[in-house]
Design a protein around this ligand. Structure first.
Ligand code: COA
Length: 175
């Protein structure tokens, strides 16, 4: 399937149509300097600190896409490829990769920069799923996603496969 370069529309119960949104419209970048309170006694940053930053960045991208509050419904497993140290500048980039009816997936990429040398290392990439909530606190319909590049389209197709696998896992867990 080719990237959709024009806004797609989603029909609402009210009869109104909801316009699609591009990936770039909700992209988020967070940067944070890691300090002693973020790390253990060896100076390595706790995984939980990075997971929180990932969830915050992914949540912001989700809210920007939906323009509604969004809650985390699931996160895929997270592996850290290299340590982050006190004094590193951590950058967390999040973007929406796939949109369902009320849920969406965000891809979160974490890098750490040694500010003295300029060396940047890829720490981890994670996928979080959020559900947008309506005024009644129930899942609410969100705009469809417009993929403007081949890369975004490819990520969207892979995300749809991951989401199908998550729902199958949930089905088996609840069986
Ligand atoms: C998220 C929540 C509102 C969903 O409510 P629900 O009654 O289960 O809603 P549904 O079963 O209709 O699912 C809503 C959407 O979430 C998706 N979803 C639900 N569970 C999922 C899972 N385990 N993995 C992936 N997607 C899931 C559904 O596929 C559906 O997506 P769609 O509308 O795009 O098709 C509810 O489970 C909740 O409040 N959970 C707690 C969230 C929370 O507190 N998070 C931590 C703090 S933010």
């Amino acid at each position: 399937m080719r990237p959709r370069r024009f806004p797609t529309l989603r029909g609402l119960d009210s009869g109104l149509m909801m316009e699609g949104k591009s990936v770039s419209e909700s992209r988020v970048t967070l940067t944070q300097l890691m300090g002693p309170s973020d790390a253990n006694t060896l100076g390595n940053v706790h995984g939980g600190i990075l997971m929180k930053l990932c969830d915050e960045a992914g949540g912001m991208a989700a809210i920007k896409h939906a323009r509604r509050p969004a809650v985390t419904v699931t996160v895929d497993s997270m592996s850290f490829h290299s340590p982050v140290h006190i004094g590193n500048l951590v950058t967390v980039q999040a973007e929406v990769t796939w949109v369902g009816h009320t849920s969406l997936e965000t891809r979160v990429v974490v890098t750490a920069e040694n500010m003295l040398t300029g060396e940047v290392t890829h720490t981890n990439t994670a996928y979080f799923v959020y559900v947008a909530l309506g005024d009644d606190g129930r899942p609410a319909i969100i705009p469809p996603l417009i993929c403007e590049t081949e890369a975004e389209q490819t990520r969207c197709e892979r995300a749809a496969q991951r989401q199908a696998a998550r729902l199958e896992r949930r089905r088996q867990e609840n069986a």
